[in-house]
Design a protein around this ligand. Structure first.
Ligand SMILES: Nc1ncnc2c1ncn2[C@@H]1O[C@H](COP(=O)(O)OP(=O)(O)O)[C@@H](O)[C@H]1O
Ligand SMILES: [Mg+2]
Length: 517
C-alpha cells in the first residue's frame, strides 16, 4: 500500500488540533462546572415538566433533593405546582422573571428567598429548560418582621397613651401624625386632624401668641383650646423636639385638665363666697364713709331749703363735688365686690402684682384701722408683670390678710388697747432674678412647728367651728401653682407668721429683658 505522505501529515495536524480543542473544551467545561457548583446561591435547572434536572452544591445543601423530582416538591414540599410560578412564566414568554417565595418548615419556622429565572434554549432557539436562581433572605426578612413588629408595638403604645399626642412639623405646625386619644379630647377622628395646623385648636385671639411659643417653650400650661363641637377645653402642653421618619419634628402631648380645673374652680368659688362674707364687714365700713358724707350734704341742703335760705354758689359747687366723688367711691367698692364674686374664666393674663395686692388690701383698710392693725408697705416699683388671673390672685392675698388679721387678733386680744400697739402686717414685693416675690408677714401668734406641714391641707383649721373652713390656704396653694408659682412659710422677723410667694415673670417680658442686655 502506497502511503501519501502529505495527506498523512495533514491528518496528523488535524488530529492534533482536534485533540487540542477537545482538551480546551474539557478544561472550559470543568471551569464552568466549578463555577456552577461554587456560586453562593442555589441554582436549579428544570425541564418543561418542572422536574429538576440539574442543581448546584448550594442547592443540594439547602434543599432535600431526596423528597422528589419536581421543583415544587423540593423547594416547598408541595404536591402540586405553585399558583404563581416564575419558571412557568419563563416557559410561557421566554423572559426572565423575579419573585419572592416562602415556605413553612415542618417545625413551623419559615424560609424566604428571592427567585430569578431565565430560559435555556437549544440550537434552534427553542426553550428546553429554565434556570432558577434563589437567594436566601430569611434572615433579612426576620429582621424586617422584627422591625415591623416593634414599630407596631410602639405605634400601639403611641395610640393607647391616654393623652392626645401630636407629631408636628416645626415650621408650619402642620400635624404629621397623632394618636387615637385625640378623638376623645377634641372630637376629631385621627384622619380629620392629620395635615391640619395644630394652631387650629387654639382660640382665635391666642393663635399668634402660641405660634411663637410652640417652638420656644418645653411646656405651656392651662392653654385654652376648642373642640370639634366648639366646646372649650383646658390642656397642659408638653413639647419636645425629636426625629420622626428622618425629619425634625415637635412631639406635643396635651393633658386635658378641664375637669380638674372645673372641680378646683367650684371649690375655689365656694371659698370665695366665704371670703366675700369676710369682705362684707370691710365693705360695710368702707361704704359708711361716703354715705356719711352724702347724708351730711343732703341734711345741709334740706335745712337750707326748709329755712328758705340761699346756698352760696361756691358751697353748692363744693358739696355737689363731694357728693359726686363719694358716690364714685361707693361705686368702686361695689364694683370691686362684684368683680371679685364673678366666676373667673380660668384664663391667665398679664397681671401687675402690686395692683392686685393694693386692691385686696383696700377692702380691709377700714377694718384694719378700727382694729388698730398697722400696715407697713415695701413695694418694689415697676415690677414686671406675671401671668395670672387677677381675681384669683386677689383671693390668695385676701386669704393671707384675713389669716394675718385673725392671728393678730388672737394674740393681742387681751392686751391693753391703750398700750403701744404691736399689731402690724408687713407687705413686701420685690423682683428676684426672674421671679416676682411677695411676702406677707404679721405679728400674730405665729404657726407652731407641729402644724406647719398641715396648714396647706384642705379643711385643716385651728379656728373654732363657724370661723374657719380650713380652705383658705389650700385653695391659695392651688391657685399659686396654677400660675406656676410657689407659696411657702418663711422665717418670720416679727414674731408672727411669714408667707413667701413667688411667681415667674411673663415669658415675653423675660425675652424683652434678655434682648436689652
Ligand atoms: N398668719 C397666720 N398666723 C398663724 N396661723 C396661721 C396663719 N395663717 C394660717 N394659719 C394657720 O393655718 C390654718 C389654716 O388656714 P386656712 O387654710 O386659711 O384656713 P382657716 O383660716 O379657715 O383656718 C389656720 O387655721 C391657722 O391655724
Ligand atoms: Mg383662712
Amino acid at each position: 500500500m502506497q502511503v501519501n505522505l502529505p495527506i498523512l501529515l495533514l491528518l496528523l495536524c488535524v488530529g492534533t488540533l482536534v485533540c487540542f480543542l477537545m482538551l480546551k473544551l474539557v478544561r472550559q467545561r470543568r471551569e464552568y462546572r466549578i463555577l456552577f457548583e461554587s456560586v453562593p446561591c442555589t441554582i436549579s435547572i428544570q425541564n418543561k415538566n418542572f422536574e429538576i434536572i440539574r442543581y448546584n452544591r448550594e442547592f443540594a445543601d439547602t434543599f432535600d433533593i431526596s423528597q422528589g423530582k419536581y421543583c415544587y416538591t423540593v423547594y416547598k414540599g408541595l404536591r402540586e405546582r405553585c399558583v404563581s410560578c416564575p419558571v412557568s412564566r419563563t416557559f410561557n414568554d421566554g423572559k426572565s422573571h423575579y419573585s419572592e417565595e416562602e415556605r413553612t418548615n415542618k417545625d413551623g419556622s419559615k424560609k424566604f428567598w428571592i427567585v430569578k429565572t431565565a430560559p435555556i434554549r437549544n440550537t434552534k432557539g427553542e426553550i428546553t429548560a429554565a434556570i432558577e436562581m434563589c437567594l436566601d433572605v430569611t434572615h433579612r426578612k426576620e429582621l424586617e418582621e422584627e422591625l415591623s413588629r416593634s414599630e407596631k408595638k410602639y405605634y400601639a403604645i403611641f395610640n393607647n397613651i391616654p393623652n392626645p399626642v401630636f407629631v408636628l412639623d416645626p415650621d408650619s405646625h402642620r400635624i404629621l401624625d397623632c394618636n387615637r386619644s385625640v378623638e376623645a379630647v377634641y372630637g376629631y377622628a385621627q384622619s380629620e386632624v392629620i395635615s391640619r395646623s395644630f394652631l387650629d385648636f387654639f382660640v382665635e385671639e391666642d393663635k399668634s401668641h402660641y405660634e411663637f411659643n410652640l417652638n420656644k417653650a418645653s411646656e405651656i400650661n392651662q392653654v385654652k383650646q376648642v373642640t370639634k363641637d366648639g366646646a372649650i377645653r383646658f390642656v397642659n402642653i408638653r413639647i419636645s423636639p425629636t426625629e420622626f421618619l428622618g425629619q425634625h419634628v415637635l412631639l406635643v402631648t396635651a393633658g386635658d385638665i378641664t375637669k380638674r380645673l372645673e372641680a378646683e374652680h367650684q371649690l375655689s368659688q365656694a371659698s370665695k363666697l366665704a371670703t366675700l362674707g369676710e369682705m362684707a364687714t370691710g365693705v360695710a365700713h368702707e361704704l359708711n364713709q361716703p354715705l356719711t358724707v352724702i347724708k351730711m350734704a343732703s341734711t345741709f341742703f334740706m335745712k337750707k331749703i326748709s329755712q328758705n335760705e340761699a346756698i352760696p354758689a361756691e358751697i353748692l359747687r363744693n358739696m355737689s363735688e363731694k357728693i359726686s366723688n363719694n358716690i364714685d367711691r361707693a361705686n368702686r367698692i361695689i364694683n370691686h365686690m362684684r368683680d371679685f364674686a364673678r366666676k373667673s374664666d380660668m384664663r391667665l393674663d398679664k397681671v401687675q402684682v402690686n395692683d392686685v395686692l393694693g386692691k385686696a388690701f383696700e377692702i380691709f383698710s377700714q377694718q384694719f384701722k378700727l382694729r388698730q392693725i398697722a400696715v407697713t408697705w415695701e413695694l418694689q416699683k415697676n415690677l414686671p408683670v406675671i401671668m395670672a388671673d387677677a381675681g384669683r390672685l386677689e383671693q390668695v392675698f385676701i386669704n393671707l390678710l384675713v389669716n394675718a388679721r385673725d392671728s393678730i387678733e388672737k394674740r393681742w386680744a387681751k392686751s391693753d388697747p391703750n398700750a403701744v400697739s404691736e399689731k402690724r402686717i408687713f407687705l413686701k414685693t420685690a423682683l428676684k432674678g426672674k421671679k416676682v416675690v411677695v411676702e406677707v408677714e404679721d405679728t400674730g401668734t405665729g404657726i407652731p412647728k407641729g402644724i406647719q406641714n398641715k396648714i396647706f391641707e384642705p379643711f385643716f383649721t385651728t379656728k373654732e367651728v363657724g370661723k374657719g373652713t380650713g380652705l383658705g390656704l389650700s385653695i391659695s396653694y392651688g391657685i399659686v401653682k396654677d400660675f406656676h408659682g410657689e407659696i411657702r412659710l418663711c422665717d418670720p422677723f416679727h414674731g408672727g407668721a411669714c408667707f413667701h410667694l413667688e411667681f415667674p415673670i411673663h415669658q415675653l417680658t423675660q425675652d424683652v429683658e434678655h434682648g436689652k442686655k
